[in-house]
Design a protein around this ligand. Structure first.
Ligand SMILES: Cc1cc2nc3c(=O)[nH]c(=O)nc-3n(C[C@H](O)[C@H](O)[C@H](O)COP(=O)(O)O)c2cc1C
Length: 217
């Protein structure tokens, strides 16, 4: 898999997890073979307010590379500025969270809230892409709920806005962290866009990872 200039041979990635994927955790996963790791999601408003606690979440060690800093927020301007602050630390890429389902995030239109306003999602991604030189990627879900699995349309929007890869948590916003992931739409997404698609959700063993690679391509 190729994201910008980053070549990721096996493409087994560590998902971003709040309060979990800190430096120590990421280093352990790296040692165990993770090809790309991410920070937890980082609030753009906290970054632009210069919160030390928030800024610390962006720190990483050279041995963790390749690494993505993930940011989230509800306004283009705060996301642009936050992406520039992240870029100053020279991670390998910047990932936009468009998949977090928790109420305190979506009620402001951030995270999976962006799935309810695809124009806003497009604007935000292209603003961030224009604000930085690093590759920008996006992580989202199949859709808001069972009736609105718009992931094929979303993938086109993400690609047209200039993002260089898309991670799909194969559940809807309504499912939260529970329920069976649905990988069945991934082949359609892959047909619709050229950027790399990263499948996420329910990958709890090497056997399942192999099966999902085989069934989704
Ligand atoms: C404790 C925890 C924290 C999470 N924090 C984030 C986060 O900061 N950013 C993000 O994109 N996803 C976050 N997620 C979602 C995961 O990245 C991933 O999409 C999800 O766990 C996949 O489902 P699975 O647990 O069934 O594999 C979090 C998940 C968990 C369990």
């Amino acid at each position: 898999m190729q994201i910008g200039k980053i070549n990721i041979p096996n493409a087994i990635l560590l998902a971003p997890m709040e309060d979990v994927t800190d430096i120590a955790f990421r280093l352990i996963c790296k040692r165990l073979g993770a090809d790309l790791v991410y920070t937890e999601f980082i609030n753009s408003e906290g970054l632009i307010r210069n919160s030390e606690k928030t800024k610390q979440k962006m720190l990483f060690l050279p041995s963790e590379r390749p690494l993505g800093i993930q940011i989230y927020g509800n306004s283009d301007s705060s996301m642009e500025r936050a992406a520039q602050m992240a870029e100053e630390l020279q991670p390998d890429l910047i990932d936009i969270n468009a998949g977090c389902w928790v109420r305190k995030v979506i009620r402001h239109g951030a995270g999976a809230g962006l799935l309810q306003d695809l124009k806003k999602m497009e604007r935000m991604i292209s603003s961030v892409v224009k604000a930085v030189k690093l590759p920008v990627t996006v992580k989202t879900r199949l859709g808001w709920d069972e009736r609105s699995k718009k992931i094929v349309e979303v993938a086109r929007i993400v690609e047209d806005a200039g993002a260089q890869a898309l991670t799909i948590h194969c559940r809807t916003r309504s499912q939260g962290q529970k329920g069976k992931p649905d990988y069945s739409l991934i082949p359609d997404v892959k047909k619709a866009v050229k950027i790399p698609i990263i499948v996420n959700g329910g990958i709890t063993s090497a056997i399942i990872a192999e099966e999902v690679f085989a069934t989704t391509g």
